[in-house]
Design a protein around this ligand. Structure first.
Ligand SMILES: [Zn+2]
Ligand SMILES: [Zn+2]
Length: 173
C-alpha cells in the first residue's frame, strides 16, 4: 500500500492556549474531516470524520467527539482485507502535566495530542471478528485456498475414516 500521501500524526496536535486563558465553560466546536491519515506507526485510517468539542473545565480541557474512522482489517475467516467503518465516542479530560488524575496531558506548549487517544479508541472499538461478507466460505482446511474465490474438491475427495479402513482391508487381500 502506497501511504506517502497520508497526513502525518501532527494533525492531531491541537493548540489550546487560548482556551486555557478563557473563562471556565468556554468551548470550541470544530470538525475533523481528514482524508487518509496516519494516527501512529501501527495505525492508519482511510478517513476520520466527525464533530469535536474542546471545553475549558476546572481540571483542564475536556475533549468530546463522535468520530467515524475508516480502517482496514482482515476477515477472520478467509483473511481477505476488509474496509470497515468504526464509530466511537470520545469524552476525555486532558490535564496539565504533573496532574495525576488523568491519563492524557496538556503539553508545556499548551497543545493536546489527540493521536494516542484516537488510537486507543479505534483499537478498543474495533471488532476483531469481522467478516468480508456474512456468508464467507473461509479457507479450505485441506488445501488452504480461499473458497470464496476458488472451488476446490477437497471436501468431495475426503473419505470417511471408516471407509478408509475398509478399503485398506480390501486392498490387502
Ligand atoms: Zn472472508
Ligand atoms: Zn481444498
Amino acid at each position: 500500500m502506497n501511504t506517502s500521501h497520508y497526513l502525518s500524526p501532527r494533525v492531531f496536535k491541537i493548540n489550546v492556549g487560548f482556551l486555557l486563558s478563557a473563562p471556565l465553560g468556554t468551548s470550541q466546536d470544530s470538525t475533523f474531516d481528514f482524508p487518509e491519515v496516519h494516527v501512529s506507526d501501527d495505525l492508519s485510517l482511510y478517513y476520520l470524520r466527525g464533530p469535536i468539542r474542546i471545553s475549558r473545565t476546572k481540571e483542564g480541557i475536556l475533549v468530546q467527539a463522535t468520530l467515524h474512522a475508516g480502517l482496514q482489517s482482515e476477515c477472520y475467516r478467509c483473511l481477505d482485507p476488509v474496509t470497515m467503518d468504526s464509530v466511537f465516542e470520545i469524552e476525555e479530560l486532558y490535564t496539565p502535566v504533573g496532574s495525576p488524575s488523568s491519563e492524557f496531558h496538556i503539553n508545556d506548549d499548551a497543545a493536546l495530542d489527540l493521536a494516542p487517544l484516537v488510537r486507543a479508541e479505534v483499537l478498543m472499538n474495533t471488532d476483531e471478528r469481522v467478516l468480508c461478507r456474512p456468508d464467507c466460505k473461509g479457507l479450505c482446511p485441506e488445501c488452504g485456498v480461499n473458497r470464496n474465490h476458488v472451488a476446490c474438491t477437497c471436501a468431495e475427495n475426503q473419505i470417511d475414516p471408516r471407509l478408509a479402513a475398509l478399503r485398506k482391508l480390501l486392498d490387502s487381500k
